[in-house]
Design a binder for this molecule. Structure first.
Ligand code: SF4
Ligand code: SF4
Length: 438
């Protein structure tokens, strides 16, 4: 694609990076059919090729973006499905990230939208604030219908989510069983630490059983991904620097073989620190080291057989989170681990399409998110699973709200198959003789 930036504009490293991405797009349109919003809306402006063109127009101009451009860019899920299908290697994710930053700096949203975004950022990145909000939201739920515009979803969130007692995102050292073969840091997580601490508890048990020592640092909880996707550069950098400084000290003091993340949305972010901080002389080196060590939990687990009495015949719908399959290009490994543990893993039709979770997307674009969830749930029902499995809490929460089949994290199921406790959401479920008979 031709671009028309001035020499002065190209002196800005962010514009220079986006210019290189824009120029790599040949406008072939092969990405369009795999874009969830294009599939739903059928509008070129709501597909990747159309968005790339709108971003080019926006960045080339000096003034604030138009309301129409913001509307179409806001509808993008940042799912990165278009990157998987692009034959020219266009790094759309970095382009849309830059566009969101520009919008946050130059575009004045309506006050209710600004308030919603401000609240989401403060509430979802602080465990204490999220706990308090969920409790408050449960009490205020009857008043949700009078909440101004898009604030209602926050109150609705309180109706479906409860803060869990922190059982294991607790900072500390978790020793390996037997001689340690590896030493890793585990990201504690912000929202996940409140809503689903059992995920990291399962990860710690599985890692310890496979000879891995785990350290959870008190500073390492929020990676900054939510702020990043809202275009808030300052908050992103503050949160990311806090986790990086903790891990850097740990690397220097005792050494780390890997930095493990159980939420694939956060893992994609940590793997991108090297790019995000590339022009920061104080942090570029540290960010690159940390990105090089970052691993999703499925990348560090060994392939192990599970207890056949537990796993055999249980039909698993594996939902491949966008941030894992497109963002980190990890698709087969979770299936391999689940199959080797003895589960009957089935493909979810249209597996490349997003479920509509996408960070805060289901709160900011509830209509489109609902349509995507309904489509995903219908696809899952077609394979009649006993359990739905994914590697990202956002997807699990989004899908679980639309279906009566339990949805749990990959590592929870692997932990149970390997001798860990039964995941709470599977308690009382009898897996059918039909499945056990194949
Ligand atoms: S597939 Fe790649 S090169 Fe083709 S239009 Fe989409 S982003 Fe551009
Ligand atoms: S990131 Fe996802 S929603 Fe956005 S343009 Fe690409 S495929 Fe479409």
């Amino acid at each position: 694609m031709q671009t028309h930036f001035s020499t002065q504009q190209l002196a800005d490293p962010e514009i220079a990076a986006s210019n290189a991405i824009l120029r790599s797009c040949v406008h072939c349109g092969l990405c369009t059919a795999t874009c969830p919003t294009y599939v739903l809306l059928g509008d070129e402006l709501d597909g990747p090729r159309g968005r790339i063109y709108q971003i080019k127009q926006m960045l080339e101009g000096a003034g604030p973006p138009t309301a129409n451009t913001v509307k179409h860019l806001d509808r993008c899920l940042s799912c990165q499905s278009c990157m998987t299908s692009c034959p020219s290697g266009v790094h759309y994710a970095h382009l849309i990230d830059h566009a969101r930053t520009r919008i946050a700096r130059q575009y004045r949203r309506p006050w209710s939208e600004r308030l919603l975004r401000w609240l989401l950022l403060r509430l979802l990145t602080s465990r204490r604030a999220l706990r308090l909000t969920l409790r408050l939201a449960r009490g205020l739920r009857p008043f949700a219908r009078w909440a101004p515009g898009r604030l209602a979803p926050i109150l609705e969130l309180g109706a479906t989510q409860r803060p869990q007692a922190a059982r294991s995102s607790t900072p500390g050292l978790y020793p390996a069983q037997g001689p340690p073969r590896q030493r890793v840091a585990l990201l504690g997580g912000c929202a996940q630490g409140v809503l689903a601490p059992q995920i990291n508890a399962a990860a710690v048990r599985v890692l310890n059983r496979s000879g891995v020592e785990v350290v959870v640092l008190p500073q390492a909880h929020c990676c900054g991904a939510l702020a990043h996707h809202l275009g808030d550069t300052r908050t992103t950098q503050r949160l990311a620097r806090a986790v990086m400084s903790g891990w850097q000290r740990e690397i220097e003091a005792r050494g780390l073989d890997a930095i493990v993340v159980t939420a694939s949305g956060c893992g994609t972010m940590v793997k991108d620190y090297g790019f995000i901080f590339r022009d920061d002389p104080d942090w570029a080196g540290c960010a690159q080291r940390i990105s090089a060590l970052a691993r999703d939990i499925v990348e560090v687990l060994p392939v192990l057989p599970g207890d056949p009495a537990r796993a055999e015949g249980i039909r698993v719908a594996y939902h491949s989170a966008c941030s894992l399959q497109h963002g980190q290009r990890i698709d087969e490994r979770p299936r391999e681990l689940l199959r080797s543990a003895g589960f009957d893993v089935r493909e979810v039709p249209e597996g490349h399409l997003c479920c509509g979770s996408a960070g805060t997307y289901n709160l900011l674009q509830p209509g489109l998110a609902l349509r995507l969830r309904e489509r995903k749930v219908a696809a899952i029902r077609r394979i009649a699973p006993d359990v739905i499995v994914a590697g990202n809490l956002g997807c699990l929460t989004q899908i679980a709200a639309g279906i009566d089949i339990p949805a749990i994290h990959t590592v929870e199921l692997l932990d149970w198959a390997g001798g860990g406790p039964l995941p709470e959401s599977l308690a009382g479920r009898e897996f059918s003789a039909r499945n056990r008979a194949g």
